[in-house]
Design a protein around this ligand. Structure first.
Ligand code: KG4
Ligand code: ZN
Length: 340
């Protein structure tokens, strides 16, 4: 069985993540040992708008980035001179937000004379499980479910990642956020629905399971509309029951397709990544179904599922070994995709 981690310069790498509404910095040694991971969430700034406002996010990143980087270095007990490289997420994400992290990383690289590494946010989410558990067997099928993306990826040795299928409309996290807003649970919706669902009956409403039988792709926009229509028809439905039934439909689709794909390809491992992977019901179902299917499962800690910079620094270690430094004239790519 192949291993995923080639040799790379030993020592601490500073990672920076500013693709959306978290300003994050982390120091990770050798792609495996997290010495610090600081995440400053802007949730309160965006909550009154019901979602992330790009210009507000960029300005908040500018205000926070120095402090967050300093805190990550102090917590790790290192100085700029101890770093072997500095990495930043260069896409996908909001252009202005990405520019803040990438510009900070390049400035540090220039001033400290160390390599800069631009990291793909989606690839970092997918490989987060190997930061937790570097010897997790490959190949693996990883379900990445976040606010902007929902996809199944086959990951193999030498950092090869192949997208098997992705959502044709809304991402799973986007559906959580939109449904939560509609039923009055506020923003961010995923954690709110997760909490509310614990008090509800998941079999109260039999919501559709979109694209359950169709290939490796996903679709969540119709499910969101089904929730809206059902609640309009029956305004007295308890919110907790709607939350639990909606969550059950999403979890059913995600889990069924993840395990079916893993069984078809006969891979030893399944893993999760992205903010929705923090969902307690999804974690429970994936763990149970993977065990029943005889596949090893890895569920990264919830802090490693939602946006963070440890996953950026860890992947940078592997990317640096595989590709070398990223040129300093390389910019940001808001629409960056996952491939290779
Ligand atoms: O990966 P992430 O932090 O940022 C993106 O790359 O998008 O994912 C954020 C998404 C949001 O849509 C949020 O509602 C969702 O992940 N999320 C959850 C939970 N925690 C975060 N969804 C369901 N259950 C959760 N516990
Ligand atoms: Zn993310």
């Amino acid at each position: 069985m192949s291993r995923s981690v080639p040799d790379a310069p030993a020592g601490p790498i500073l990672g920076i993540e500013t693709s959306c509404d978290e300003t994050a910095a982390a120091v990770v040694d050798d792609g495996a040992d997290v010495r610090s991971s600081v995440v400053s969430s802007q949730v309160d700034l965006h909550a009154r708008f019901g979602g992330v406002v790009p210009e507000v996010a960029s300005r908040a990143h500018v205000a926070l980035i120095d402090e967050v980087v300093a805190e990550a270095l102090v917590e790790a007990g290192v100085d700029f001179k101890d770093l072997v490289a500095v990495a930043a997420c260069h896409g996908p994400g909001l252009a202005g937000a990405l520019l803040v992290g990438v510009s900070a990383a390049k400035a540090i690289a220039l001033a400290s004379g160390i390599p800069y590494v631009g990291v793909n946010h989606l690839e970092a989410h997918v490989w987060a499980s190997w930061l937790d558990e570097p010897t997790l067997p490959l190949p693996a099928v990883v379900l990445l479910a976040s606010g902007g993306h929902t996809l199944l990826a086959l990951v193999e040795g030498d950092l090869r990642t192949r997208v098997l299928g992705e959502t044709v409309d809304d991402a799973a996290g986007e559906a959580f956020d939109k449904v939560a807003r509609f039923i009055g649970l506020g923003y961010p919706g995923g954690p709110a629905i997760d909490r509310a669902a614990k008090e509800g009956d998941a079999s109260a409403v039999d919501f559709p399971r979109p694209m359950l039988e169709a290939g490796d792709g996903f679709s969540f926009s119709g499910l969101k509309t089904a929730v809206v229509n059902r609640v309009r028809e029956d305004p007295d439905l308890p919110t907790a029951d709607v939350a639990a039934s909606f969550q059950e439909a999403v979890v059913d689709v995600l889990t069924t397709k993840l395990l079916r794909t893993a069984n078809r390809l006969d891979v030893p491992t399944v893993a999760l990544g992205g903010g929705v992977a923090a969902n307690s019901r999804l974690r429970e179902r994936v763990a149970a179904d993977a065990e029943a299917a005889g596949r090893r499962v890895h569920l990264p800690s919830p802090e490693l599922c939602t946006d963070n910079a440890a996953m950026i620094a860890a992947l940078a270690h592997r990317r640096l070994a595989a590709d070398g430094p990223t040129p300093l004239d390389d910019g940001v790519t808001p629409g960056l995709r996952l491939s290779g």
